[in-house]
Write a protein that binds this ligand. Structure first.
Ligand SMILES: [Zn+2]
Length: 499
């Protein structure tokens, strides 16, 4: 059979082969061939088969030689012997040589692992049909393999929301547990189920940006620099902590209490802690200084929502508004709290509008005795005028007929004896200044305890036997307690219970 082939196979899989009488073509529709033979005037007649070339030729012959049994090779008729096809068949197919993994780039490795996973996923989908009922929805979760010591793990069908939550939870654990970046990185080399360190770092940055948007942290330049003597040995070796501390020397951080309130109040309403129909919030302002290692002292001012009884002892619900490295004294606090006090004044006078609701704010101040007297601009506890609330003196301390009433006024508190300055928080009335119960209880216990020991001494039973009994009992209740005698001293000293 002579004719002309019209094709550029394999680029185009549709092949037309024609002579003067016939035009045969194989047309691919959705990868399935249909065999068409056109014939007659201007090729206006046609037969079509989707079965095979031979079937098409049989149909064709039935049309033109009705009843006469003639056969033509379908292969020949459809030009499957054609030169272009032959050339393609005999052409040696170049086999792709793949680069070994240790020479391939990171993106190539990722691409290969992904394409592997895709094929595994296809196979899994097919194979799982033979093993499970489709209603059970078998899911391929992870493809893990290694090639020449390169470990690959591709998570398939991973739920993005779960992944985000997991990363957020991880940031929280790392922060709360003070796990350094370096330590976390080491952990990930041991346990590869942990999210990578960089994803955690990225998540932390995201959270910081988001939080800084809602509650901005501003820095305040401190009046005097703390001198760190570089000749002294360091207690902290973690480079992250050292960097943070050294860059923060001379600077304090502050946040707006109004921003924090706007952020937390909606959730407090949702939890039923605050009531929209009775829009009152009671806040407790507190503060303390604490040693971070031996070199640095941090002073912080926090506030808590008193209505949130459930969480009142949970440090996560004490919101920091001022934090600085430095001394716990009136001068530093005076500078660091300027804008905080302005906000408190405003909260007291006009309250705060959150999502269209005007909230009234009740304020309390509560801290240990030391911090409380500093903020009141007052003497220390052992001075002649020792009481922050009334004008009693040390001499009257045993006068039990004296009336113990709050007699001072916060507004002109600096005019009373023992006050060197105005109160830092004069928007909080004096009745709402409450010393920390724990510290008071410890002090009272300490006083009672030394009275008891004096009594034993007076009765003459304060001997080795008595001391042994006391120490034994203290050990039993797990309190570290000792008696000792200083050199050239008759009286006995003992461990303070103040902690
Ligand atoms: Zn008093």
């Amino acid at each position: 059979m002579n004719g002309k082939e019209i094709s550029n196979y394999p680029e185009n899989s549709n092949i037309v082969w024609k002579n003067n009488k016939l035009q045969c073509s194989i047309n691919y529709v959705n990868d399935k061939p249909t065999y068409v033979v056109k014939f007659g005037n201007n090729f206006s007649n046609q037969v079509v088969s989707s079965k095979s070339p031979s079937d098409a030729t049989t149909l064709f012959h039935n049309q033109i030689n009705q009843g006469v049994n003639t056969r033509t090779s379908g292969v020949l008729l459809f030009g499957l012997h054609l030169e272009s096809i032959h050339q393609y068949r005999i052409k040696p197919h170049k086999k792709r040589i793949l680069k070994p993994v240790n020479e391939a780039s990171h993106s190539t490795l990722t691409k290969r692992a992904k394409s592997m996973t895709k094929q595994v996923l296809d196979d899994f989908t097919n194979i799982s049909k033979n093993h499970y009922n489709p209603v059970d929805k078998p899911i391929l979760e992870k493809v893990q393999f290694s090639v020449n010591n390169y470990k690959f793990k591709v998570n398939v069908n991973e739920n993005l929301i779960t992944k985000e939550c997991k990363n957020e939870a991880m940031v929280m654990v790392v922060d709360n547990g003070q796990i350094s970046r370096d330590a976390y990185r080491k952990l990930t080399t041991i346990e590869d189920e942990l999210p990578r360190e960089w994803t955690i770092a990225e998540k932390r940055t995201q959270i910081n940006i988001r939080m800084n948007d809602r509650i901005k942290i501003n820095t305040v330049i401190m009046p005097q620099h703390m001198d760190i003597n570089s000749n002294e040995s360091y207690d902290i070796f973690d480079p992250e902590v050292i960097e943070e501390v050294t860059t923060s020397v001379g600077k304090g951080g502050k946040r707006s209490i109004k921003d924090v309130l706007k952020f937390i109040v909606p959730n407090l309403i949702k939890r039923g802690v605050l009531n929209l129909h009775e829009p009152i919030i009671s806040i407790r302002i507190s503060g303390d200084g604490r040693n971070v290692g031996k070199k640095v002292k941090h002073v912080m001012i926090t506030f808590a929502i008193l209505e949130d009884i459930e969480n009142i002892h949970n440090p996560n619900y004490h919101y920091t508004v001022v934090l600085y490295p430095g001394l716990e004294n009136y001068e530093s606090l005076d500078i660091l709290t300027i804008s905080f006090r302005e906000e408190l004044q405003e909260l007291k006078e006009i309250g705060i509008n959150i999502n269209g609701v005007n909230w009234t704010i009740n304020m309390y101040f509560s801290s240990d005795w030391k911090f409380l007297t500093i903020c009141l601009g007052f003497n220390s506890a052992n001075s002649l005028f020792f009481c922050p609330w009334c004008t009693i003196t040390k001499k009257e301390i045993s006068d039990i007929k004296k009336k113990w009433l709050i007699s001072k006024q916060i507004d002109n508190i600096n005019q009373y004896n023992g006050h060197h300055s105005t109160s830092l928080f004069n928007m909080i009335s004096l009745e709402n200044w409450i010393p920390d119960e724990l510290h008071i209880m410890l002090r009272i216990t300490d006083r009672l305890w030394s009275l008891l020991l004096h009594e034993i001494e007076e009765t003459g039973y304060f001997n080795d036997v008595a001391r042994e009994i006391i120490v034994k009992e203290m050990n039993r209740i797990k309190v570290n307690f000792h008696f000792w005698q200083e050199k050239e001293c008759q009286s006995w000293s003992f461990t303070s219970l103040m902690g």
